[in-house]
Design a protein around this ligand. Sequence first.
Ligand code: ADP
Ligand code: MG
Length: 324
Amino acid sequence: MTAEGEFDLIARLAPFLTGSGEGLVIGAGDDAAVIRVGDRDVCLAVDVLVDGVHFRRDLSSFADVGWKAVAVNCSDIAAMGATPTAAVVGLCRPDDLPAADVEALYAGMDEACRRYGLRLVGGDTVRAAALALSVTVLGDVDPDRAVRRSGARPGDRIVVVGTLGAAAAALAQAVRGAEPDRDLLAAHRRPEALVEAGGALAAAGATAMIDVSDGFGADLAHICDASGVGATVDADALPAAAGVAGAASALGRDPLDFVVAGGDDYALVATLPAGVADTTAAAVGGVVVGEITAGSGPVLVAADGTTTDLTGRGWDHYRAGDRT
Ligand code: ADP
Ligand code: MG
């Protein structure tokens, strides 16, 4: 752990990342990078899962971990409005990890690859002190049609597809030593990437899009930062996952802690022009939760009118330390 936050560190690395040039459509700073290959745009996303940080062996099976490593990358590809096509995997394997467990990891990756229609086409294996899995997924999208974080404009409506809070609530139950609710735990173990919804939102004219990995507030803040806008969000409109309210009350916590700041949800947050937002939301099974403003950063508005600044409400594992 370091005092420096994840996003501060990434900002320091910016000089080393090629920000423009022929063939580069979108560089670092979005859910996936996009490069032009022939007459197609190819998205690239990578995510690393580390034993004890991003998963616990007592909560997830090896197959669950394999599934998640692929699904969370497909979620980033979905957030660009693209379709996942291929994956490669880097495996850090401790000496004492049996081959059967590695096979189970791959069985889970295979399940997710089948689910999302991509192929696992290779990887690398190294000996390491801790088990970790780094999956890189490529995606395909029509030229210049990838949806960035930076296109939101005042007056756009904010649409959320998927539910919020389940994975974080399950983890909070586990940390408290309670048996996590089955459905909440399923969201932690096997998140779904909303690939079809991402494509539909892009086709409907989404001006910006992101998937919720850090937490709804933090991820909407990324859209606001990249777009130079503000946002107001109706707290009552947020699609809390079933069971989150009950879990929160049993834990003596505010359900919004999980819904707004929990993370690991893999819902999609998209901004759409007002004229198409309602019909699009209905078509993809999403909800309109608020509006983009000319301000800066997201603000949550409760039913009684009280407001909460959402900037930075989310999970930053460099600051929070081990999530578990
Ligand atoms: P996401 O939650 O969508 O996976 P991240 O918050 O992990 O996105 O990353 C935000 C952006 O910063 C991405 O564009 C990613 O490529 C970039 N990034 C993150 N970590 C690094 C790193 N160590 N080196 C270079 N770029 C990074
Ligand atoms: Mg993302």
